[in-house]
Design a protein around this ligand. Structure first.
Ligand SMILES: Cc1cc2nc3c(=O)[nH]c(=O)nc-3n(C[C@H](O)[C@H](O)[C@H](O)COP(=O)(O)O)c2cc1C
Length: 200
């Protein structure tokens, strides 16, 4: 039996972003989740993929990737069975960096199980809702369970300088958020299969 490979995907790329802190919270919970015992859990940062704005000459559905950054990104995505996508809300949706990273590929997303964790000043649902539509188009399977963190309800700024506009805060989720993440990770465990085993 192959081990399940799970990527916690950081979708935002700006300086002083909160994405890595949220991703660490998710990854630690995944590594402790009893249903995911034996799974490999990695944090994959879209920023590290160094993808320019989509520059492939052929649409991804053809699978004719020409650029080394695309080939590398395809290999990365193909190496995971499931994704927990960590997305902020940027202007009532998810960030352009995440759309760009999704649009680069097609077959590599097919059949991938995707859990969605959003965060924003007013929670993450607007980003999550838009991502469901996009992931459906690349035939990924989004889970109903989701987590929506509020910046002023689920982060602790007590150690931050109040004049520092770049303060990230510390992820301090309310109990219902911990429960929501536990349920989401349980759904990942229930639905995800090593893709090598189910490839058509
Ligand atoms: C360009 C931009 C637009 C934003 N728009 C919204 C918004 O529409 N709704 C919301 O609740 N929060 C919004 N926020 C607040 C962000 O969700 C919050 O700052 C979050 O930490 C941004 O994610 P990041 O730190 O990973 O970039 C916005 C932030 C940025 C940078």
């Amino acid at each position: 039996m192959n081990e399940l490979r799970i990527a916690v995907l950081v979708g935002s790329t700006r300086a002083a972003r909160r994405g890595p802190a949220v991703a660490s919270w998710v990854a630690e919970a995944a590594r402790r989740h009893p249903d995911l015992a034996g799974a490999r859990v990695d944090i994959v940062d879209v920023a590290d993929a160094e993808l320019p704005l989509l520059d492939e000459p052929v649409p991804a559905i053809a699978g004719d990737y020409r650029n080394p950054h695309t080939v590398r990104w395809a290999e990365t995505v193909r190496s995971y069975d499931a994704f927990v996508v960590v997305t902020p809300v940027h202007n009532a949706s998810y960030p352009a960096s995440l759309k760009n990273a999704i649009d680069y590929l097609y077959a590599e997303w097919n059949g991938a199980v995707v859990g969605l964790v959003g965060y924003g000043a007013h929670g993450g649902t607007r980003a999550i809702d838009h991502l469901r539509t996009v992931f459906a188009e690349v035939k990924a399977i989004t889970l109903a369970q989701e987590v929506s963190l509020e910046i002023f309800g689920d982060f602790d700024f007590s150690d931050a300088d109040p004049t520092d506009r770049t303060a990230i805060g510390r992820v301090a989720p309310r109990p219902q958020q911990v429960e929501a993440l536990h349920a989401l990770l349980g759904a990942v465990a229930a639905w995800a299969r090593p893709r090598a085993a189910v490839a058509a």
